[in-house]
Each structure stands twice: as C-alpha cells, then as structure tokens.
Design a protein around this ligand. Structure first.
Ligand SMILES: [Zn+2]
Length: 176
C-alpha cells in the first residue's frame, strides 16, 4: 500500500502526464483526467504569461486565478511555440532555445529528448555505459514503445512523423 505522500506524488505525476493542453482559435483548453471539467481559456483573459526559473513550467495569470502548465503535460511544447506575439513580456527567445535544445530520440524518432529523457516515449538515450550494445538496446526499447502496434498487428511506419509540436528525425530507423 502506498503511503499518502507517495500517492499524492504518484497521482500528481500521473495526472500531469495525461493532462492535455489543446490549442483553440482564440486560446486553449486544459483537459485534466479523472473526470475534471475542461478549462477553456481565451488569450484575452490572460494578464501575464512567463516561464518559471527552471524553464519547465509556464506560469499564467488571469484575472481570476493562476494557472501552472508543466512540461510533462501533453501539448506543452506545442503550446510554448503558439503564444501570440501580443504578449510582449513573454520570453519567445527562450521558447525557441528550448525547442532547439531538444535532441532526437533513437527509440521513437521524435526530436523530444530533454534532460536525457524523451518527452514522447520516456526512453533514456543509449549511452556508452549501457550493458547492451546500441542496436540491442534500441530494439528492446522499440519493442516496449510499439507494444500496442505489435500486439494488434498494426503495421509500424518505417519513418517518424512530427507530433505534439515536436519535429521528427528524418534519419530515424526502426530496429525491429
Ligand atoms: Zn522517444
């Protein structure tokens, strides 16, 4: 049985991972799991929008409340690239440099590795000290990542496609 604190942390993490930030024509919707009502926010409701000091969180102030969006949430990277230019105090350069700093993931083919973890498939890149050699490691990780497709006999594409605001790596290879 998980302790209260652990459960808190676990559910918060889980809830973040399946919270989805969806862009609309005039703002965005935050879809939270576990039956929460979606929050529909218009750009014009925003008083300010900025990055946290560690660049992993967006802090939004509206007239009524503060909204925290963190980079584990689905759509966060697309969101930071879609903020209207009218928010002159927003650090657009930082948004660009975050996107530029992402590395390609050899497992899923998406350019989404930040701090040594892929934001799409949650794999760690292979490194020299791994027990397995690179192609063995990638094969195992791809078996995990494409488990659903493999189980359901869905053909896996031999190329990666951009998703959630991330680019795809044209040189990515399937090792299965
Ligand atoms: Zn990946």
């Amino acid at each position: 049985m998980l302790g209260y604190l652990m459960r808190e942390i676990f559910f918060k993490e889980l809830s973040n991972k399946i919270t989805d930030i969806e862009l609309t024509k005039s703002g965005f919707i935050i879809n939270k799991p576990f039956g929460a009502k979606p929050q529909n926010i218009e750009w014009k409701q925003l008083r300010s929008i900025r990055f946290s000091d560690n660049d992993k969180v967006i802090i939004i102030k509206t007239v009524e409340k503060d909204i925290i969006l963190n980079d584990n949430q689905i759509g966060w990277y697309e969101f930071i690239q879609s903020i209207p230019k009218i928010f002159k105090q927003f650090d657009f350069k930082k948004a660009n440099s975050i996107m530029d700093s992402l590395k390609s993931c050899d497992v899923c083919g998406i350019i989404a590795v930040r701090d040594n973890i892929c934001k799409i498939c949650e794999s760690e890149p292979w490194h020299q000290k791994s027990k397995k050699d690179k192609s063995e490691y990638l094969k195992d990780k791809q078996l995990e990542h494409f488990e659903y497709e493999l189980k359901n006999k869905i053909k896996i594409k031999a190329f990666a496609e951009p998703q959630h605001g991330f680019k795809a790596d044209e040189n990515w290879k399937l090792h299965l």
